[in-house]
Design a protein around this ligand. Structure first.
Ligand code: GUN
Length: 287
């Protein structure tokens, strides 16, 4: 058996097309388009690429984007001031402060300074709380993107056993919650879990978000299981690797995501969807 590949590029392209259509409709009605503000601090090359991609993604679907760049020596007060300006800017629906931030900045204070109704990362404690309570709100983009991959592929979730490996604030833990809310029985494995392979062997749905290439052995995958690889690590030659031993896992899984071209494009498009959602739900109904 060989797994069917879940094509994140194709699914995200279909969603981008839906977004473009909605933006066109707004323009036809002489309404403003959604606006995303991105705050970048310092000169981390990876963060620079992420931010450039966000600008390109916005342009492609017709959103406004505004990038504010700051020197790595910025003070907390200056950064909070920039956020409060975007909070009251009526043309901005989403604010994203690119992480990581320099050591002198209190990350939580920055994330809490963003208007929760513009928090398109879904990182604000208010939105995390709403997710826990199953209230509608802005959801973290990577778990949201994974859920859309599963839903659009037609992977059954209700009553299934899911294992999430990695429990970070922004990916693993909200991922486990999303699956729980979708009706899965969820296990969360982490660095203190001694028998990760047993949790994987048992699972109908395996989601790895660790960042250690080859951590999840192909032989652990239950035949027919769905395997979603969130991990992405660049080796010294520049090649990208997921957490899952793909060549072996593909022989056993029912569905599997590649790296690259699986989860990554879904994270990006979920950010755009959140920006449109924030505009429609919270900010003047597109006037
Ligand atoms: N840095 C790396 N990924 C992300 C992300 O999804 N959001 C933010 N704000 N910073 C990041």
């Amino acid at each position: 058996m060989s797994a069917k590949v879940i094509d994140g590029n194709a699914i995200s392209a279909a969603i981008r097309q839906e977004l473009r259509t909605k933006v066109e409709a707004l323009k036809q009605e002489n309404k403003r388009v959604p606006g995303l503000a991105v705050v970048l601090v310092g000169d981390d090359p990876a963060s620079g690429i992420y931010v450039k991609n966000k600008r390109r993604d916005c342009k492609e679907v017709g959103f406004k984007s505004e990038i504010r760049k700051f020197d790595k020596d910025i003070t907390q007060e200056e950064l909070l001031e920039a956020i409060s300006k975007f909070n009251i800017d009526p043309t901005i629906d989403g604010i994203l402060v690119q992480l990581p931030l320099p050591d002198q900045i209190d990350n939580l204070a920055v994330l809490e300074a963003i208007d929760p109704n513009k928090d398109v990362d879904g990182f604000h404690p208010y939105n995390v709380g709403r997710l826990v309570l199953r209230y509608p709100g802005l959801r973290p983009c990577t778990p949201m993107g994974v859920m859309q991959l599963l839903e659009r592929t037609g992977v059954p979730l209700m009553g299934k056993d899911a294992t999430v490996i990695g429990v970070s604030n922004h990916v693993g833990r909200p991922m486990a919650l999303e699956l729980l809310l979708a009706g899965c029985s969820v296990s969360a494995a982490h660095k203190f879990t001694s028998n990760v392979h047993e949790y994987v062997e048992y699972a109908d749905i395996v989601i790895s978000a660790v960042g250690i290439p080859g951590l999840i052995k192909g032989a652990w995958i239950k035949p027919g299981a769905t395997v979603i690889d969130v991990g992405i690590t660049r080796d010294e030659r520049g090649k990208l690797h997921g957490d899952v031993e793909y060549d072996e896992a593909v022989k056993r899984a029912g569905w599997i995501t590649p790296v690259p071209g699986g989860v990554g494009p879904m994270t990006r498009v979920s950010m755009l969807q959140n920006t449109l959602y924030a505009m429609e739900k919270f900010h003047t109904g597109g006037q």
